[in-house]
Design a protein around this ligand. Sequence first.
Ligand SMILES: Nc1ncnc2c1ncn2[C@@H]1O[C@H](COP(=O)(O)OP(=O)(O)OP(=O)(O)O)[C@@H](O)[C@H]1O
Length: 249
Amino acid sequence: MIQFTDISKSFDGRMVLEDVSGTFKPGDTNLIIGGSGTGKSVLLKCLIGLVKPDHGNVLYNDRDFWNSDEDTRKQIRREMGVLFQGGALFDSKTVAQNVRFPLEMLTNMSESEKDDRVNFCLSRVGLEQAAGRMPSEISGGMKKRVGIARAIVMNPKYLFCDEPNSGLDPLTSIKIDELIKEITDEYHITTVVITHDMNSVLEIGEKVMFLYKGHKVWEGDNTTITQSKVTELNEFIFANKLLRDMSRQ
Ligand SMILES: Nc1ncnc2c1ncn2[C@@H]1O[C@H](COP(=O)(O)OP(=O)(O)OP(=O)(O)O)[C@@H](O)[C@H]1O
């Protein structure tokens, strides 16, 4: 479980996050949504330890990340898998080498144990046939799958996905969303997904947090989101004309 309380952050005197709190539970796919520049990525960075909040706490199963010693922080980091925007694959490594990379860096596993784990993760995301290919030889959707395989290779307790659908067509996006949700259920991971894709919200948004100008202004799920009375949220949802037309029918 991840519990964060009163996270605030400013840059050069400009507040970009103010007193944001929340709880993310194991087995849940938690979406953080909001328009551009509302602080989603800064919040994610405060959670995963890339940006230190000005104040506030982030607890990982009761371990206070920002007030822990370096060893505890290292341990918590090892329990995180991160799917970066764009996949962030190494261009000069094959698909299998990309997935294997965290095992090389962070474990003492034998070569055959690493082989087994890489093969398992690649088959879990449906890419066993692509193991020897280079990132330049595979599609955008496949790159995301490689990113997911690499993010889960260390068997994480916490999975963070920053805009997993960026650059993908709607059908491929849904498949990636479903894969993230399936993996979250299957391995009982606490998953956090940043998105501004309303399709994702409707498909996998069992837990949704909406940020507006650095504040959390709504929290709920995909069954109630379209009935919210929060003006900023409605503007965000119904910026999509199709949804606006559907809501009038
Ligand atoms: N390192 C930084 N230094 C200064 N300002 C920053 C820094 N990182 C983020 N910001 C600012 O913080 C605000 C929130 O940025 P953030 O990247 O969190 O937005 P976002 O909601 O993720 O947007 P998008 O959907 O466009 O990625 C923006 O105004 C951004 O310019």
